[in-house]
Design a protein around this ligand. Structure first.
Ligand code: PEP
Ligand code: CO
Length: 390
């Protein structure tokens, strides 16, 4: 087990597999100064409102539908695409509400999901060559060209600008519909996130989104990403893979939720269909022993990746459904509430997740991981709603 940093203590250096090595420290400093002088994208009041609603999810009085792209792309950002994404999340939450007779809230992987942690620093090409890996539009370009893959800190400014325009559209939709699509993304790029932390009466908050999460690769309780989340008052989440130790979970609770504040901390279990029933009950028990009532969220995507013969990343919809059912069963066994679902999905009619490993994938448009198309997403969300219904 690692020991958590005390406030003010220096934090460990980020790992090159997850943090881009910006080519110019001066260019980066200019960018972070501009970010630091910019307006925050969310208000402390909306972040607190989300925390209150998440407290209801933690206690079993509501559910959560969280979803969106694996990697948002700058070129796709428009009021039109934002409206379609928000409408998809709203439709899915309606399905859950109708099936379970309790409210469901919507949180998008949206307006900031522009950076990707990667397992390898290089992408192998079919011709045997290799390229620096794509790290998300906030860092480099998807285009298969070595020059396009050089990290460019000016992209952080574009990320903020695109995120601001998405937030503006979501604000208009919230004013019209009453139901807000809250925003979330992985807090991976410390230069971006730190520069957008803002003071508020209740303490510093992350101004880049309502909810920020740490990924499976950056959830070290003593690492800099958890250190960042510990210093802000937003609701926060941590992804948990199948190798998560009980001690790590308890260390995360102590660092991120020392006051055991309802709605502050969510755990996103991304175990894999074959692991969730075995691994999750003990972790839910460990949280309870620590006196914590987290929101338990099922991410049935990231533990179920595989490669098709074509080399493309795919996921089988059946594995996704199996993990959802296993998640609900595991939490019920542990006496905890299966609070929500976290999906990679799109309103576009794509074929990225499939029924069989050799199914063709003609409309494979994702910038990173395979997403559920609208029919697949409804199918998975109905499975969740049916499993959690009384
Ligand atoms: C993701 O959510 O896209 C992701 C990389 O997840 P994880 O950290 O769970 O692997
Ligand atoms: Co992903």
């Amino acid at each position: 087990m690692t020991v958590a940093p005390r406030p003010g203590e220096p934090l460990a250096a980020p790992s090159p597999a997850t943090e881009p090595l910006w080519p110019s420290a001066d260019a980066l400093a200019g960018v972070t100064a501009r970010l630091a002088a910019s307006a925050p994208l969310v208000t402390p009041a909306d972040c607190a409102d989300l925390r209150t609603q998440l407290a209801a999810v933690a206690s079993g009085a509501a559910h959560l539908v969280q979803g969106g792209d694996c990697a948002e792309l700058f070129d796709e950002v428009s009021a039109h695409t934002t409206r379609r994404k928000a409408a998809q999340l709203t439709e899915l939450a309606d399905l859950v509400e109708i099936a379970t007779a309790v409210p469901a809230l919507t949180v998008g992987r949206i307006a900031g999901q522009f950076a990707k942690p990667r397992s390898s620093a290089v992408e192998r090409l079919p011709d045997g060559g290799s390229l620096p890996v794509y790290r998300g539009d906030a860092v480099n370009a998807l285009e298969a060209d070595p020059a396009a893959r050089v990290p460019d800190p000016a992209r952080l400014l574009t990320a903020r600008e695109r995120a601001a325009s998405i937030h503006a559209t979501l604000d208009v939709l919230a004013a019209a519909s009453g139901r807000r699509v809250f925003t979330s993304h992985e807090a991976l790029l410390l230069d971006y996130e730190n520069a957008l932390v803002r003071p508020a009466a209740s303490g510093p908050y992350g101004g880049s989104a309502h909810l920020l999460w740490a990924g499976e690769r950056t959830r070290d309780p003593a690492g800099p990403h958890i250190g960042l989340l510990s210093r802000i008052t937003n609701p926060v989440a941590v992804k948990l893979g199948p190798a998560t130790a009980r001690e790590d979970l308890q260390a995360l609770i102590d660092v991120l939720d020392p006051q055991r504040t309802p709605g502050r901390l969510s755990f996103v279990a991304r175990m894999g269909a074959g692991h969730v029933r075995r691994v999750l009950p003990a972790l839910a028990g460990a949280a309870r022993e620590a006196g914590c009532l987290p929101v338990w969220i099922c991410d049935p995507m990231h533990g179920n990746g595989q490669r098709a013969a074509s080399g493309r990343k795919i996921r089988l919809v059946d594995d996704v459904r199996t993990e959802v059912a296993g998640f609900v069963a595991a939490l019920r066994e542990a006496g905890a509430h299966p609070g929500g679902i976290h999906l990679e999905l799109t309103p576009d009619d794509v074929t990225e997740c499939v029924d069989l490993p050799d199914d063709p994938t003609p409309r494979y448009w994702t910038g990173c991981d395979p997403r559920l198309n609208p029919a697949q997403a409804r199918d998975v969300v109905r499975a969740f709603a049916a499993a959690v219904s009384p």
